[in-house]
Design a protein around this ligand. Sequence first.
Ligand SMILES: NC(=O)c1ccc[n+]([C@@H]2O[C@H](COP(=O)([O-])OP(=O)(O)OC[C@H]3O[C@@H](n4cnc5c(N)ncnc54)[C@H](O)[C@@H]3O)[C@@H](O)[C@H]2O)c1
Length: 291
Amino acid sequence: MNIDDVKNITVVGAGNMGHQIATLCAIKGYKTVCTDVKEDVLKKAEAFVDKYLPGRVKKGKLTEEQAMQARNNIRFTQSLDDAAKEADYVIEAVLEVVDLKRKIFADLDRITPEHAILATNSSFIVSSKIADATKRPEKVCNLHFFNPALVMKLVEVVQGPHTGDETVEISMDLCRNLEKVPVHLKKEVDGFLLNRIFRAINHEALWLLDMGVASVEDIDKACVYGAGHPMGPFRLNDLTGIDLAYTMAMESFKATGDPAQRPSPSVVEHYVKGEYGEKTGKGWYDYSDKQ
Ligand SMILES: NC(=O)c1ccc[n+]([C@@H]2O[C@H](COP(=O)([O-])OP(=O)(O)OC[C@H]3O[C@@H](n4cnc5c(N)ncnc54)[C@H](O)[C@@H]3O)[C@@H](O)[C@H]2O)c1
């Protein structure tokens, strides 16, 4: 099998990530079926496509004909059987729950043609925790898009010990056909590639703050004006949520028992005060005038 054999793509889960990945596949010429268990989510995803495509035409990014072709390429269904029966490549983007993903992969193994590749968009669950739910582990991998998937160029293709080289090659080629920039992780590792780098930056930023070396503002300025980042780690954390940073650090501490993984004192301070970032009007910065 090679990339030219991939014509039909199924996206399972039409939430934050799934509806955008499906839209992208349809725009780039793939016959795409998007499925979700929730009817209202599917309706929202379809409404998004019907608004997004004309918007791209208005902005001169797509011609009328390309938009019409993309619309014809995508359909929505609540039935996994209907969605996956002709799939050459499946991208799963359901909730981050390993048992749910295992159940879906077992179902996909039963429903899809033998040659189909089954990829998960999971940010943290490596595909070796899922692959043995199928009889085709060599065709299972992580295909990790970033949010928002229509905009962010990077995709991490993560090869587990079970993943065949052909699966990696086709997945990398698929990303290129979707006009993304794929990177190949030759081994599974917690947090994959970019999130590990972000984790290291956050860790250093928090250490500098907690040690009283520099202020939130100055650490952010250093990253923006010295390293060319679009925003500093504290501003970014206000967007993604200090509550999430706290929970992730606690989970990591519980899993490893390593005290270095515990949330930093200043994260705990904001967390207990309910200052989670932009969504609560206060985090590392004050957003009360935006509320
Ligand atoms: N949100 C992000 O920033 C981001 C970025 C990269 C990767 N991811 C990964 O993408 C995956 C999805 O994340 P999300 O943010 O889109 O979640 P989300 O909650 O927005 O969407 C998940 C969808 O899965 C659906 N679903 C649940 N069970 C299902 C089933 N059995 N069959 C079909 N659909 C089902 C839900 O109804 C929901 O609409 C996760 O694994 C996450 O780790 C998320």
